[in-house]
Design a protein around this ligand. Structure first.
Ligand SMILES: *Cc1c(COP(=O)(O)O)cnc(C)c1O
Length: 229
């Protein structure tokens, strides 16, 4: 077995174990392998190992990989990085799910426009900022409902749930508990928006215990990332 296959198998086993510990069914969990900075070739290897969900955080890089791998038509591309509104239309073309929707202007930029196919829908997560630093991506938890109302009223978007990154310096389980509470509030106005995108290499176990449905796992599977180019 390659090292990549071994790491993937080890993470899958840990996820299964955490799901059991949480009393949850593993089938509720989607594991997104975060392949940012890695080559299209690595994504192809992951696909051969059964991976179907991959995550990217930079538009140019993601577009290049999605184009190079267009033959793998069952790959689902998740966009997980901060997104400028002027790139949103392009990102929507190859990304099936955008995890980083955090402001009304971005909702508007992702909307279906006059002339777009009527059935064109992009799934979105509303990203929460769990820090006090407004420079971090994400909407302040207190502004979640207003953003959700806006997204729900916008054509061409399907709100799947909330997304967050656990802040440094906070116990991840406590951070993910706050995410679960925000998810409960969201579901009061959008009952179908029940997904939670949370959990990375270092904290996915805590996220699973707090109800995460979409794990975004990079280095634990891919190994360390090459330096940014
Ligand atoms: C890079 C990244 C991840 C994956 O991080 P790892 O620690 O490598 O698992 C998850 N979510 C977001 C938003 C990221 O940018």
């Amino acid at each position: 077995m390659s090292e990549l296959a071994q790491r993937l198998a080890a993470v899958r086993a840990e996820i299964a174990d955490a799901a059991r510990a949480a009393g949850r069914d593993e089938s509720e969990l989607t594991t997104i392998v975060v392949t940012k900075f890695h080559s299209a070739g690595l994504v192809r290897e992951l696909h051969a190992l059964g991976v179907r969900n991959v995550g990217e955080n930079r538009h140019q890089e993601a577009l290049a990989k999605a184009s190079a791998l267009a033959d793998l038509d069952d790959l689902v591309w998740h966009f997980i990085g901060q997104l400028q509104s002027n790139k949103a239309r392009q990102v929507r073309r190859y990304s099936h799910i955008v995890h980083s929707v955090d402001r009304a202007a971005l909702v508007d930029a992702l909307a279906r426009r006059e002339g777009d196919p009527a059935d064109e829908v992009v799934d979105v997560f509303l990203q929460l900022n769990l820090t006090d630093d407004p420079e971090r991506g994400g909407v302040a938890p207190g502004a979640l409902e207003a953003l959700a109302e806006h997204a729900l009223a916008t054509p061409g978007l399907r709100v799947r749930g909330v997304m967050a990154v656990a802040p440094l310096g906070e116990e991840p389980r406590a951070a993910f508990e706050r995410v679960r509470q925000a998810s409960d509030r969201l579901r009061r106005i959008a009952p179908d928006a029940r997904d939670i995108s949370a959990g990375m290499s270092g904290d996915f176990r805590a996220a699973i215990l707090e109800g995460a449905t979409h794990l975004r796992i990079g280095t634990a599977i891919t190994g360390s990332r090459p330096a940014a180019r």
